[in-house]
Design a protein around this ligand. Structure first.
Ligand SMILES: *[C@@H]1O[C@H](CO)[C@@H](O)[C@H](O)[C@H]1NC(C)=O
Ligand SMILES: *[C@@H]1O[C@H](CO)[C@@H](O)[C@H](O)[C@H]1NC(C)=O
Ligand SMILES: *[C@@H]1O[C@H](CO)[C@@H](O)[C@H](O)[C@H]1NC(C)=O
Length: 489
């Protein structure tokens, strides 16, 4: 009998132990993370570090700062004290087509630095535009970056080929600073470069969080997709791997306050080598324009008696949280028939939104100038993203346009975007919590929400402009070139 029972038990244990190991792994990583988050929020409670967003009288060595450099004023002098020769490694260089956040960052930043007189050389994969021709960006003027495309297939990054081109140029005259967009330059090549800075547009520890949030939105009987399961199992080794190799990069730029904290506290990179510089958006492309917004509303047929107009922008995919918003909004309109939702973007969730009827206007992908009108036409912007990696530029664009936001309560968003209650609403990434937030907004009404929008605009204009970002990076690059520039002001 005893013999007969044996095979059952180990079977049971091994089944549980699989689930258990996963849970343990996940716990092992989220618990420190939660502490980190709690720690951050309590320190905010005791002493709001940036009740007003500017650090008025700060001075000292910039390498010791824990806050985002964007909070400091950088005087916009005509030309920098020293012009630098800068190398940029970017997997892609955006032309024509709507680029992703990382490419947009590289483009905005380095175009601005070149315009300020720095000699910027971009090492990237072959560029071919929509007509299959090499675009004329390759024949450049003095105040734009020089683009070096390696040979090969369009858009397919081969770092070793780019590295050869870099070495040729570096031998001609050495670069002052080298900038890698994420791991475009792998750590094996980066490890010996003292004058290198890498910008992280999302790290594996953030992906782990993202996986947790995404899986929690799965319905009870909905099976887990094999691809998602594989990524869930793969993410913990990725975190460990990153912690082991990240220190090979000399200087790290975190694009959110919370990412900076993770790099210092979990990845254990010495604080003097971690710098927080938030991304910026083109301040000329987005702004407050009441009549532009009203025109847009009437053009797309939003009735004058609409009590509130919500807006969402970006790719309409699952991990941007569209299942949440779809469900939450369908519930909301059963109670509030005069609330509207404008959807700027395209993707798999387009049809579902269309099925919701006249309360939802699906506008498709939009050009930058159409987007400007879109942001002005709405009362408040919703971003239900389930991916806490990096920071969504749409939140910054909406705030630059003078709109408050409704966003998932992620450490990145809480720490760098919705830094106080006036700027918007946050919700846990689940339908009930989002509905609750939406109800609150409806109750407040468009007048109060517009008032919040003013505060958002003020905060965004001081923090998220492309010129602010460029000046902060310039200062970092100068500091890497010569220590005397590390001392602020
Ligand atoms: C997920 O992947 C693991 C490891 O590859 C496997 O053991 C497990 O059965 C998978 N679970 C699901 C729900 O697919
Ligand atoms: C608002 O206007 C629409 C048509 O323009 C109408 O169908 C609807 O009943 C109106 N709602 C209210 C509350 O007046
Ligand atoms: C660093 O900059 C300061 C001030 O511009 C200058 O006096 C000094 O010579 C520079 N040092 C080096 C090593 O270039």
């Amino acid at each position: 009998m005893a013999f007969n029972n044996k095979p059952k038990k180990p079977h049971l244990i091994s089944f549980h132990s699989n689930v258990f190991t996963t849970l343990l792994f996940i716990l092992a990583f989220t618990v420190p993370l939660l502490f980190l988050i709690l720690h951050t929020s309590t320190s905010y409670l005791c002493k709001p570090p940036f009740a007003s967003n500017k650090v008025k009288s700060w001075s000292g060595d910039l390498r010791n700062t824990l806050f985002a450099w964007n909070r400091l004023p950088f005087p916009h002098i005509q030309s920098p004290p020293v012009t630098l020769k800068i190398a940029v490694f970017s997997r892609k260089w955006p032309i024509g087509t709507t680029p992703g956040g990382m490419e947009r960052h590289a483009y905005t930043l380095h175009t601005a630095l070149a315009r300020r007189g720095h000699r910027v050389h971009v090492f990237t994969s072959p560029i071919v535009n929509n007509n299959g021709h090499h675009p004329d960006v390759l024949t450049t003027s003095n105040d734009s970056p020089r683009i070096h495309c390696h040979e090969g297939e369009a858009g397919k990054w081969q770092y070793n080929k780019a590295w050869e081109l870099f070495n040729d140029e570096n031998q001609r005259q050495p670069f002052d600073v080298i900038h890698s967009e994420s791991v475009a330059l792998p750590h094996s090549l980066a490890r010996n470069l003292k004058n290198l800075a890498v910008s992280w547009h999302g790290i594996a520890l953030e992906s782990l969080e993202s996986s947790i949030f995404q899986d929690l939105t799965r319905k009870p009987n909905e099976p887990m997709s094999p691809a998602f399961n594989a990524s869930l199992y793969g993410v913990v080794p990725k975190v460990l791997n990153e912690i082991r190799f990240f220190h090979n990069y000399a200087h790290h730029v975190a694009i959110s306050d919370s990412c900076g904290e993770m790099l210092r506290d979990v990845y254990q990179i010495p604080r003097k080598r971690v710098h927080v510089i938030l991304n910026g958006v083109d301040e000329n492309g987005f702004g407050n324009d009441l009549s532009l917004g009203l025109d847009f509303r009437s053009k797309i047929g939003v009735p004058k008696n609409a009590s509130l107009v919500l807006g969402v922008a970006g790719r309409l995919v699952k991990d941007k949280g569209h299942p949440l918003l779809y469900e939450a909004f369908s519930r909301l309109i059963t109670k509030h028939p005069d609330v509207y939702l404008l959807v700027a973007g395209s993707g798999p969730w387009e049809q579902r939104y269309k099925d919701l009827g006249a309360r939802v206007q699906v506008l498709g992908s939009m050009s930058p100038s159409q987007l400007k009108a879109f942001y002005n036409a709405i009362d408040i912007f919703v971003n239900p993203t389930l991916r806490p990696q990096g920071l969504d530029l749409t939140l910054m664009e909406a705030m630059m346009s003078g709109k408050a936001v409704i966003a998932s309560r992620f450490p990145s968003i809480k720490g760098s975007i919705v830094v106080n209650d006036e700027l918007g609403f946050m919700f846990s990434p689940n339908v009930d919590s989002l509905v609750e937030a939406l109800e609150e907004v409806v109750k407040e009404g468009p007048k109060r929400v517009a008032h919040r929008g003013k505060a958002s605009r003020e905060y965004a204009a001081s923090m998220f402009t492309a010129s602010k970002m460029a000046l902060a990076y310039e200062r970092l690059f100068l500091c890497i070139k010569n220590n005397t520039f590390c001392v602020y002001p």
